[in-house]
Design a binder for this molecule. Structure first.
Ligand SMILES: O=C(O)c1ccccc1NCC(=O)[C@H](O)[C@H](O)COP(=O)(O)O
Length: 212
């Protein structure tokens, strides 16, 4: 089975190039001011211009308003919108307005959390199963937290999906074996510090994907 990877939270040309050269299918650009990975419009435009047509640019948002979406889509030439903490009705409005494919994040800690995925039927193109970050955490994603992957064993997915949350080059094989994921997403696991992507770790993660 061919496994694809999204490298999220890229913010420099060097690390973006490492992701592209290593074979990432998707690159993630964060548009959320509290994140150490957030991009200015100028930086987003600079990075977007380096991305070849076979790699998709995913904009990452937390319940964004229309003005932010418009600025980010224009600057980042986004192919996909990844929405965290964005209710289904608002997500549907965003999809209607932008016409772009949506990935809706479902934050998982317990089996009951998986039920939220069904709310996005007819709205999301994919569900991103991500770990629920602890109460009071600074961010709803990108915290290097993993969830119990066994929760996805035997789960009837209502939509196409990808796996996220605390992945790294070492645990990737176990995560894919347990969940059957064909698309994986990583941020902290390829960083040397929060928001600082590491070229060596990006290469190692993508090599681990290719070795599966
Ligand atoms: O990465 C961020 O800073 C971020 C901020 C706000 C919402 C979502 C964010 N990231 C979403 C992602 O797609 C991450 O790759 C995903 O949560 C996994 O992160 P990690 O556990 O650090 O690998």
């Amino acid at each position: 089975m061919q496994i694809s990877a999204k490298i999220c939270g890229l913010s420099t040309p060097e690390t973006l190039d490492a992701a592209i050269d290593g074979g990432a299918s998707h690159v993630g650009f964060v548009f959320y001011a509290p994140s150490p990975r957030t991009l200015s419009r100028d930086r987003a435009a600079q990075l977007a211009a380096r991305v070849p047509a076979h790699v998709q640019r995913v904009g990452v948002f937390v319940d964004p308003d229309d003005a932010l979406l418009d600025r980010a889509i224009a600057a980042g030439h986004l192919d996909v919108l990844q929405l965290h903490k964005t209710p289904a009705a608002r997500s549907a409005a965003i999809k209607a307005r932008t016409g772009l494919p949506l990935w809706s994040a479902v934050a998982v800690r317990t089996r009951a959390d998986l039920a939220e995925a069904a709310n996005f039927g007819g709205v999301a193109d994919r569900i991103l199963y991500d770990a629920k970050t602890p109460p009071g955490a600074a961010l709803p994603g990108g915290m290097g937290v993993r969830f119990d992957w066994s929760l996805l064993e035997g789960f009837r997915h209502p939509l196409p999906w990808l796996l996220s949350g605390g992945l790294d080059p070492v645990n990737l094989r176990e995560a894919v074996a347990m969940t059957g994921a064909t698309l994986v997403d990583v941020s902290s696991g390829v960083e040397s510090a929060p928001g600082i992507k590491d070229v060596t770790k990006i290469r190692a993660f993508l090599q681990a994907v290719n070795d599966l």
